[in-house]
Write a protein that binds this ligand. Structure first.
Ligand code: AMP
Length: 426
């Protein structure tokens, strides 16, 4: 059977790579893919954009694709799963209605409040009903969020109420385009963040191994936020007790609430959680897809057959199943282009990939393209080098050994991925 992966990042390279191992999988197509998927045996890139829903449908029909897995949020928010379903094609991901969990922070906050699921206290505003007096009565720091999709950039942690007020005004004035027409202002939560990712079949959630990513560009968690500069799995902050609470207090009531609201959730569901000192989880955000770079670290540990699990989820048959994991830890280091997360230079040749390929672990491609048979940079986050080891510290050594031979103009990466886990002795 043929599998189609939609997207062109490191997450999609990792998805394609694990799907190749699925029982009965003859070929994996990636639309549009990158240089990593282009050069993976058994994988074929097809030049259809991830947001071209009609093009993806036509491709799936023409190639007789048995299962499509959507990587990024944009096509999900645009309704790609509904379109595939209407055409009688199997497509793993949430419906457009469910994808609002990522597409609208105002929707998510109202949903969480209504169903009693723990999250930061908040209010949401449009320009017409903005209550500056309420905001000025709050205690700083405050977190100000553009409600819509803002490519991970629409969140500002304001140190003072004046800064929060100014940020709200900027968002209303179009700093994040339409995404800022509605703004959420919420309480600042203390604790340690963890990524809690599950796959869901409408009723039942099957949890993936825990992970943690590093959002800031600089060592020591400094500098601007990015899409993610590295990740590791498992995350020691997610102890068995925290895991049980996250399932019971967050994931299960979320699936039950969505089903009760008439929109059962099928697909990957990513909860960004803040875990406080007592081990209580609160929802910071939901994503309606696998995280990137969490996917690269988590999927490097996957032993189970992912296409079979996705097909079981689409049939509503996840209950009673389990996922098997490599007992080792995995750690991924993102190599980004010069200037990232701002404007980046593109088209620089990447060397050292063959030397890295001879080492244990795996280098997943993200912003790469083939030009005259050479691999060149084509995006902000370029590669993610994933190492495995008995402990996070050993996985970290293996990952940086993969990074060492790789060169391109302006390359930047963090040198401390996994520092929190390693400080905990993992
Ligand atoms: P989001 O796009 O909602 O994940 O926010 C981006 C980042 O901002 C998160 O990964 C957190 O580090 C931080 N953040 C968001 N909301 C809060 C909050 N209520 N309290 C503390 N930090 C937050």
């Amino acid at each position: 059977m043929k599998i189609l992966i939609v997207g062109n990042g490191g997450r999609e390279h990792a998805l394609a790579w694990v799907c190749l191992r699925g029982a009965g999988v003859s070929e994996v197509l990636v639309a549009p893919g990158n240089a990593g998927t282009a050069t993976e045996a058994g994988v074929r890139n097809v030049p259809v954009a991830a947001t071209d829903i009609a093009g993806l449908l036509a491709l799936a029909r023409a190639e007789g694709v048995a299962l499509t897995i959507i990587g990024p949020e944009a096509p999900l928010v645009a309704g790609v799963v509904d379109a595939f379903q209407a055409a009688g094609l199997k497509c793993f991901g949430p419906s457009q209605a469910c994808a609002q969990l990522e597409g609208s922070k105002a929707f998510t906050k109202e949903f969480l409040r209504r169903h009693g699921i723990p999250t930061a206290a908040y209010r949401s505003f449009t320009r017409a009903d903005y209550d500056a007096a309420w905001l000025r009565a709050q205690r700083a720091p405050l977190v100000v969020k553009a409600s819509g999709l803002a490519a991970g950039k629409g969140v500002v942690i304001a140190a003072t109420v004046d800064e929060a007020h100014a940020t709200v005004q900027e968002m209303f004035s179009g700093r994040f385009g339409d995404a800022g027409a509605t703004v959420v202002v919420e309480e600042f939560l203390e604790g340690e963040e963890a990524s809690f990712i599950v796959m869901a079949d409408g009723r039942t959630a099957l949890p993936f191994a825990s992970s943690q990513d590093h959002k800031r560009i600089g060592d020591g968690d400094t500098g601007p936020n990015t899409g993610g500069m590295g990740a590791y799995s498992p995350a020691p902050v997610v102890t068995p007790a925290v895991h049980a609470r996250a399932m019971r207090e967050v994931i299960e009531p979320t699936l039950a609430g969505l089903a009760a609201d008439g929109m059962p959730y099928t697909g990957f569901l990513y909860a960004g959680l803040m875990i406080d000192a007592a081990g209580a989880p609160r929802v910071i955000e939901y994503n309606c897809r696998f995280g990137d770079p969490e996917a690269q670290a988590v999927l490097a540990r996957l032993r189970s057959d992912l296409p079979a699990l996705c097909l079981a989820a689409l049939a509503g048959e996840l209950a009673g199943r389990t996922i098997e994991w490599d007992a080792r830890a995995a750690l991924g280091v993102v190599l980004a282009a010069g200037g990232y997360p701002g404007d980046v230079r593109l088209g620089d040749e990447i060397s050292g990939l063959e030397a890295a390929a001879a080492l244990p672990g795996k280098v997943f491609h993200a912003g790469t393209a083939l030009r005259d048979g050479r691999v060149v940079t084509s995006g902000g986050r370029v590669l993610c080098a994933v190492g495995l080891g008995a402990r996070v510290a050993e996985a970290q050594r293996a990952a940086y050994a993969l990074v060492a031979p790789i060169r391109f103009q302006g390359a930047q990466y963090r040198h401390d991925i996994g520092h929190r886990a390693i400080a905990r002795g993992a």
